[in-house]
Design a protein around this ligand. Structure first.
Ligand code: GDP
Length: 368
């Protein structure tokens, strides 16, 4: 009688259908004597970790599990998509555990940005969202910026306890874990293993720490409010900045509209002619039009002139939803979650931001 194949690394049931799912292995792997899922294979041979998609049920189990441990929680967010990558509700689950909040992808922000200002804004926003982190730090996992500082802060704050790294997909958690493997793993690289997250079939990566404790990588959590889920991989590349953002400045009169591809819209409703500085991926096309023509343009040209989305993904894109803002006298940013932001520098203005339903548009004091 045939038995279900399981992974030699983590013990999960092997499947060959869903590449993004747990336990995936290419069909050819089934012919081997020792079968390893793709995730464990990559970990073993390339010291690389991969994301898997999680159901909301597993997500809740992980969150519940965290509160039962005595550990330091390291929460990674994408500073370019702070609200979209936030993981709402985490604070209710961490119990008495301290949380170190780490903002990743700092390399994308213009050099003119003061990091202290960004850190203060992150502290303030975290508090508004119900979380009081013990510390807030910035890093670039990809460029290797401030990795050592984050590692030593983790070591200081954990006070002999285990560490759990959490974050939603696309924040750069895998890139960060790989950096931690280099930093903490040292000679013990062979000791890195995977283990199940208690009560789930999900596996985590354990990086042994010197006092017998471990740093655990919890599976990346999919946040359905992220812009990233409305477009395909190719289109995601366009909206995700890869290099330092070059701001684009528009002088607008009231009654003018900007489209950010077809994923965001900004209307200058009322006020004196003023300048609007746009911080988006350098590859994303910005279209200026008259507000009275904006709707028609969208109806007729979404997916081509206004892209991304593409001709395919536009079919399932939720309708744009309007968010209205009053700008009194301070410099503010209108933030399109997962896309970028517009800095408004003027007085007594009325503006509107549009994003696909479920994706947030918010206002904050300007961080530049
Ligand atoms: P995960 O889903 O959270 O594990 O994220 P990944 O580590 O797979 O990274 C998601 C994307 O963000 C990839 O395209 C990475 O190249 C990119 N990325 C990760 N860290 C950084 C960073 O520090 N700066 C920039 N610019 N991109 C990053």
């Amino acid at each position: 009688e045939e038995r279900e194949p399981i992974c030699s690394g983590c013990g999960i049931a092997i499947q060959t259908e869903n590449k993004e799912g747990l336990g995936y292995a290419p069909p050819s792997a089934l012919e081997r004597d020792v079968i390893t899922c793709q995730r464990c294979f990559r970990l073993k041979h390339y010291n690389e970790v991969q994301d898997v998609s999680l159901t909301d049920d597993d997500f809740l189990k992980i969150l519940n599990g965290l509160g039962e441990k005595k550990a330091l929680i390291v929460k990674v967010v994408d500073i370019f998509d702070f609200t979209g990558s936030w993981l709402p509700g985490l604070h209710r689950f961490v119990g008495n555990n301290e949380v170190l909040l780490v903002g990743n992808k700092v390399d994308l922000l213009p050099k003119s940005l003061k990091q202290s200002k960004l850190i203060n804004w992150m502290k303030k926003s975290a508090k508004e969202l119900g979380l009081k982190p013990v510390d807030v730090m910035l890093m670039s996992a990809e460029k290797g910026l401030s990795i050592k500082e984050v590692a030593s802060e983790i070591d200081r704050l954990r006070k002999g306890k285990d560490v759990y790294v959490v974050g939603c997909t696309n924040v750069g958690k895998s890139t960060f874990i790989n950096q931690m493997i280099k930093t903490f793993g040292g000679d013990t690289e062979q000791l890195i293993t995977t283990s199940h997250f208690p009560g789930t079939t999900l596996d985590m990566i354990d990086i042994p720490l010197e006092d017998g404790r471990a740093l655990f990588d919890t599976p990346g959590i999919i946040n359905h409010h992220q812009m990233a889920h409305h477009i395909d991989k190719q289109e995601l590349k366009i909206i995700t900045p890869k290099k330092e953002i070059k701001p684009k400045v528009f002088q607008l009169n009231e009654g003018q509209t900007l489209y950010f591809g077809g994923l965001g819209r900004f209307d200058f409703l009322q006020g004196e002619r003023t300048s609007f500085t746009c911080f988006f991926s350098n590859e994303l096309t910005i279209h200026r039009t008259k507000q009275e023509k904006a709707e028609e343009l969208y109806q007729n040209h979404l997916g081509e002139l206004l892209t991304p989305p593409g001709p395919q993904t536009k079919e399932s894109l939720p309708p744009l939803v309007k968010h209205s803002f009053q700008v009194k006298s301070n410099k503010v940013d209108i933030v399109f979650s997962g896309l970028g932001w517009v800095t408004v520098n003027g007085q007594n203005l009325k503006v509107e931001g549009y994003a696909p339903k479920g994706v947030s548009v918010t206002i904050r004091e300007s961080i530049i």
